[in-house]
Design a protein around this ligand. Structure first.
Ligand code: R2B
Ligand code: URA
Length: 315
């Protein structure tokens, strides 16, 4: 059995700081050497779930309240803990914190840095971070849920590239293997009807910095390749097929490499669980109806809730 441990960060400066203010969450840590209040409020967290929208994270908290805790979480899960920061929303249900991260790596990395510091100040033990998202699929049926193995960037490298102090820093974008396998194993516990209705697969996930040109879409305000010429349907399909065939990419979203890299770097086990809204080999526009979107967006909720019930609550 692996040893349980609290989060230890890769930043020696934090040990020298007597106080800390998690600005975008509006969470104050007045004394970093005595964090009893933070521990009281957040120390019981075992899973941090992240997703793009505030409303979806509230829905997730509600879903977990009823489906993991059978309506008895004892939590005021509708209260937005980060309201004062006016940037992100956070809802606590039992040992799960559901937090919104906005669109793309830059907005997500801000909340991720602060959440990782929060679980460290709260002395949470082995907290898991799980992103629950939407994506465009490659050659798979819309509605399929993809659990990411590696993140790939738009240059088809499995790394997160960031400029730090004027230099290119590239970090590995590998998600945690055990967590991925445990999530996938939860397919087996689905009731037969539900299991047959939609697929859960493992695959690599491309995270781009742009929803339109970065994902090879033809319907952005610009559709221009490196040589200044417009790109064509064939150019797009060649690229997407290369993603699929050469890199094992099964879905495209906007956060995977950053999320995998920062959590791995800080010693936090993480997973990216995204439903596909469309098959990008067949089109670019997301035209799901409200009802379809609700059904699709609930699928990762179902998988992650099953996982939490089985591996976190009942273990
Ligand atoms: C998926 O959906 C969003 C863009 O529509 C983005 O956050 C992502 O990764
Ligand atoms: N999110 C994305 O980033 N891309 C899609 O195609 C759909 C959702």
């Amino acid at each position: 059995m692996s040893q349980k441990r609290s989060v230890s960060l890769k930043n020696p400066n934090l040990d020298e700081m007597s106080s800390d203010f998690l600005y975008h969450l509006a969470v104050n840590v007045p004394d970093t050497k005595n964090t009893a209040d933070i521990k009281k409020q957040y120390g019981h967290i075992k899973v941090v779930c992240l997703g793009g929208k505030d409303s979806r994270m509230l829905e997730l908290a509600k879903y977990i309240h009823f489906n993991v805790y059978d309506g008895n979480s004892g939590s005021d899960y509708e209260r937005n803990l980060f309201e004062e920061g006016h940037r992100y929303a956070g809802f606590m249900v039992g040992c799960v914190l559901c937090v919104s991260h906005g669109v793309g790596s830059s907005t997500m990395s801000v909340v991720l840095h602060e959440l990782i510091k929060l679980v460290r100040y709260a002395e949470c033990v082995d907290p898991l971070f799980i992103r629950i998202g939407t994506s465009g699929g490659l050659g798979i049926k819309p509605g399929t849920v993809v659990v990411a193995n590696k993140g790939y960037n738009g240059l088809l490298r499995s790394e997160y590239e960031i400029a730090i102090l004027g230099e290119r820093v590239a970090r590995s974008a590998q998600f945690d293997e055990r967590l991925r396998k445990d999530l996938i194993a939860c397919t087996e516990v689905a009731d037969a009807e539900e299991q047959n209705a939609w697929d859960i697969i493992e695959g690599n996930t491309m995270g781009t910095d742009c929803f339109y040109e970065g994902q090879g879409r033809l319907d952005g305000a610009s559709c221009t390749k490196a040589n200044g010429e417009p790109y064509t349907v064939d150019d797009k399909l060649n690229f997407l097929k290369c993603c699929h065939d050469e890199c094992g990419i099964r879905n495209i979203e906007m956060e995977a490499p950053m999320f995998a890299a920062l959590t791995l770097h800080c010693g936090i086990r993480a997973a990216d669980v995204c439903v596909t809204l469309l098959n990008r080999l067949e089109g670019d526009q997301v035209k799901s109806t409200k009802a379809q979107l609700k059904d699709f967006e609930e699928r990762p909720f179902k998988l992650v809730s099953r996982f939490i019930r089985r591996y976190i609550i009942n273990s």
